[in-house]
Design a protein around this ligand. Structure first.
Ligand code: SAM
Length: 248
């Protein structure tokens, strides 16, 4: 009988650090091929890492997505997930909803298609290549819910992304978010985050450690915002979590 080989967590960490260095050298010699490899590697890495992160946030995800109940009037629900990655939230979508996905890295699509096979009650609408900051493919007031998890740390222009999210939501629609965020100001963990932030985004696909994402959400002009801070059982500088929703 074949033995299952368990890849230890530190092996993913080492891969994460060693790969960009090799890629940097390679990218100077074969730029377009290197970009393609990078996209494939990033999607694969995301498909390995993100389920582990989400597994540590199950109670918070249950509490968060319970608020889909607030949308009882609209059936079937139109849902957009931005930066969908490998499709870590599909299990939590309400039965019968129509799902659109927005993702800059199309190498994630096969992972989403695979995950959708386990969610037959979710109707897949379309997978669009694009960034949260510019969602011109979607009309105003299109979605009942927009979901974005562990992605605000990576978007380049938080304010633009959030105002685009508000634009594509219907009136009364919900913006669900879950993120790792900045530690309290002047804490030791915050100093570690700010120091690592010089190199972390280069190594981890644009991810920033010390973002106070909650203040951007609060300033977007949602009718109401509910948010909770929590701790995620991860490395201390990654352990500051935030989840909640905004109502348009
Ligand atoms: C850390 S992964 C999280 C994936 C997924 N949301 C999850 O929780 O498992 C971040 C994702 O955001 C995407 N992303 C990065 N910048 C983005 C942007 N500006 N707009 C939309 N998605 C973006 C990446 O391609 C990646 O799939």
């Amino acid at each position: 009988m074949a033995e299952t080989v368990q890849v230890p967590n530190y092996a993913y960490g080492l891969g994460l650090l060693a790969f960009p260095l090799g890629l940097f050298v390679y990218s100077k010699v074969f730029p377009s091929h290197a970009k393609k490899i990078n996209r494939k590697f990033t999607a694969w890495m995301c498909s390995k890492m993100m389920p582990r992160v989400h597994a540590k946030c199950i109670p918070q995800k249950k509490a968060l997505f319970q608020s889909f109940d607030l949308l009882y009037d609209s059936k079937p629900l139109e849902v957009l997930e931005i930066g969908v990655g490998p499709g870590s939230n599909l299990d939590f979508l309400p039965a019968g909803c129509n799902l659109s996905c927005l993702e800059p890295n199309l190498e994630n699509q096969p992972y989403v298609e695979q995950a959708l096979k386990d969610c037959p009650d979710v109707h897949f609408s379309r997978f669009v290549k694009g960034f949260a900051e510019d969602m011109r493919e979607f009309d105003d007031n299109t979605f009942d819910a927009v979901i974005l998890t562990f992605t605000l740390c990576s978007v380049r222009h938080l304010q633009k992304a959030l105002s685009e999210i508000k634009r594509v939501l219907k009136s009364g629609g919900l913006f669900f978010f879950m993120e790792h965020v900045a530690a309290p100001r002047n804490s030791g963990h915050r100093r570690v985050q700010e120091t690592l932030d010089w190199v972390w985004p280069v190594v981890v696909d644009g991810c920033h450690l010390a973002r106070e994402s909650w203040s951007f959400v609060e300033q977007t002009g949602f009718t109401s915002v509910k948010l909770e801070h929590f701790r995620i059982k991860m490395l201390p500088f990654l352990s500051y979590g935030l989840y909640g929703y905004g109502v348009k």
